[in-house]
Design a protein around this ligand. Structure first.
Ligand code: HEC
Ligand code: HEC
Length: 298
């Protein structure tokens, strides 16, 4: 896996010019005062980040079990693995309470635990590499503040070898300024929201970044809810994608899972988190999605 997945995804989306210059020079959106960091972390975790969509166990109706918030044990089973999302609360015996801030940041952005072992899929590490220093610190501030949950989670089983790493060490990642809607939308969708993880075709276990947004991946028994879903085409294709949906229709699909024809989507995306997003971030997602060239190509 190369560094800068965001670059590759943006480049495929034809946004290369908008990409890195802005990534490199955007002013920090948030000063790193502790309470501002916590507010930012709370916003990310309860909206676009949606870490709890995997790390908080759900009831059979799909709602999160509040008193096990981030306590883990939710299982994701695919042919290649049976993965248990671990307890990421500050419980020292069963969670990550003994990890330092730097160790937690390295786990999120590089996929290494303090003992040097690699964190496997579906933890979206290759996407999280591009989370800015401010935002990853904000996430840590939130985790430090959340209620510890004492809960032992089984070890994941991988039937395929994991890579030795997810890329070179992540140095410093600057904030992306909301003043550039496309660069910012790409950051929100790719780094914070890992939307392109599910919505990019996976061929023999590898994402095909030449077809970002085409979807078509099957998720059997998603979240253990007893049904399987196929990720949708979210490119700007007029009939097979969302090219003819209005901005409001796209936003309603993201926040409420309702399609323009009124059909309710299956409970697969983190609607109950996404609906807490600001209008600004929802608009940014729309800008990003609209930048995806129509697929399948003629
Ligand atoms: C798509 C599901 C998914 C999402 C979303 C997700 N994770 Fe994970 N995460 C996992 C799984 C599964 C593992 C364990 C993989 C393994 O066993 O190797 C993991 C592992 C971790 C670990 C290592 C913990 C340990 O004890 O090994 C940390 C820390 C972590 N995730 C934090 C986060 C944070 C913070 C977010 C949101 C920014 C997040 N995760 C979002 C599925 C997810
Ligand atoms: C866990 C995988 C996953 C993630 C992450 C994900 N999606 Fe989806 N998405 C799906 C699936 C599966 C469907 C189809 C659901 C169905 O058929 O009921 C879908 C449907 C959609 C649709 C409706 C398209 C249509 O034609 O029905 C939009 C728009 C969309 N996603 C946008 C996003 C955005 C924006 C993000 C990031 C904020 C995102 N998705 C993150 C799996 C995912």
């Amino acid at each position: 896996m190369e560094t800068g997945l965001i670059e590759r995804v943006a480049a495929r989306a034809g946004t290369v010019a908008a990409g890195l210059a802005i990534l490199a020079c955007g002013p920090p959106a948030f000063a790193q005062e502790p309470d501002e960091l916590l507010a930012r972390g709370t916003y990310i975790m309860e909206s676009i980040g949606a870490c709890g969509n995997c790390h908080t166990p759900k009831r059979s109706d799909g709602t999160p079990i509040e008193n096990l918030h981030l306590g883990g044990a939710f299982v994701i089973e695919e042919p290649a693995f049976k993965a248990y999302a671990p307890n990421i609360t500050m419980d020292e015996a069963t969670g990550i309470g003994t990890w330092s801030d730097e160790e937690i940041i390295r786990a999120i952005r590089e996929g290494f635990r303090p003992d040097g072992t690699i964190i496997g899929p579906p933890m979206p590490t290759p996407w999280y590499r591009d989370i800015s220093d401010t935002d990853v610190r904000a996430i840590v501030a939130y985790l430090r503040n959340a209620e510890p949950v004492n809960r032992v989670v089984p070890k994941s089983e991988y039937r395929v070898p994991l890579p030795p790493d997810w890329g070179p060490p992540v140095e410093s990642v600057p904030d992306v300024s909301p003043d550039d809607p496309l660069a910012y939308g790409t950051y929100v969708a790719v780094a914070l929201g890992h939307c392109t993880e599910c919505h990019t075709p996976i061929v023999e276990g590898v994402h095909d970044f030449s077809r970002v947004g085409l979807g078509g991946n099957t998720y059997p028994n998603i979240f253990g809810l007893g049904f399987s879903v196929i990720s949708a085409n979210v490119t700007s294709h007029p009939t097979l994608g969302i090219g003819e949906w209005s901005d409001e229709e796209i936003k309603l699909a993201i926040t409420d899972g309702i399609r323009p024809d009124g059909r309710q989507m299956l409970d697969s995306m983190a609607f109950q988190y996404y609906r807490n997003m600001t209008e600004e971030d929802l608009d940014a997602l729309v800008v990003y999605l609209r930048s995806l060239p129509p697929l399948p190509a003629e």
